[in-house]
Design a protein around this ligand. Sequence first.
Ligand code: NAI
Ligand code: MG
Length: 362
Amino acid sequence: TSYKLLLLPGDGIGPEVMAEVEKVVAWLGKAGLATFETETDLVGGAAIDVHGKPLADATLAKADAADAILLGAVGGPKWTGVAYENRPEAGLLRLRKELGLFANLRPAICYPALASASALKPELVEGLDMMIVRELTGGVYFGEPKEITTLPDGSKRAVDTQVYTTAEIERIAHVAFDLARKRSGRVASAEKNNVMKTGVLWKEVVTRVHQEHYAEVELEHVLADNCAMQLVRRPKQFDVLVTDNLFGDVLSDVAAMLTGSLGMLPSASLGAIDAKGTRKALYEPVHGSAPDIAGKGFANPIAMIGSLAMCLRYSFGLGDAADQLDAAITRTLASGARTRDIASKGGKVISTAEMGDAILRE
Ligand code: NAI
Ligand code: MG
């Protein structure tokens, strides 16, 4: 089979790190591990420059038809003047919304060679390999009403509304438990049922999905504030951590800082499984367009290449190829190869392209 991949490099360092992914994609084909049909299109500021908006309808149609989407990053100072609903980030939000990408997977992996770059003591993070599963299309970021009104005395009142339905919690719970089956078999679910009704429902639904379908998986409930503390105190206690949109946003950024550099972290955003057993999926690094280093050739391509590894694993069931790619990244780092963001004392700093080549050699 040949898989249809849509590449959306975007802005800033996006195209630079995507170029390294293209090398890996070509290599996978030559090695007979996977064949891809790739197409490249514009998103974000690059699309604004050409189409006047950050995601053209034709691009969305291509995204809908693709087996998976790889995105670099969007945004940059060049487009700060454009209208809010037309800013570069709106292109990415529209993609997530239109494709129904409700499950955001963010691994936090601490490579042994980089443990000393963590915000924590190396022994607390060495060997850390956890997966945060964040609900991405519901909760307080989308609930209605959402408004700022003026009160009779002239002061204001702001409202955001946290809403979750049984169906929304069920489908994200399934994603988390399915993942746990393929990993260590442990799930922690974070909410605040002590002060929030959505937390009460979240805990109830996760508990039921667990009992009905995944009794062999170990489930633990943890209050979200305690979870933040535990992530910093003893992060290796977690394997799969499932939580809502808001808590997931915050907790995944905490987890990111345990691992060293933003340039190392991949992510996946998955939609529902359809009748054919396939699902929409977008893979992207966690970092942004890094305008401060764009065009200089020293961005770290590992987050982007790791996003391709997640794509192989979760969209195409190519776990062996994904394992090989992940192992190549680990060996490359162990050999001392470093881009500037992860440079260590005495190590040799190499370019984006050299890092891509080094990973290919491994
Ligand atoms: P950023 O992630 O682009 O950069 C933060 C810092 O990390 C910078 O110092 C940057 O040089 C460094 N960095 C990030 N990725 C790196 C890599 N691969 N290798 C080496 N160093 C790396 O976040 P920032 O500066 O807050 O945002 C810049 C632009 O990116 C903004 O327009 C923002 O809206 C956008 N953005 C886009 C995202 C996306 O496309 N998903 C996510 C986050 C921000
Ligand atoms: Mg965030």
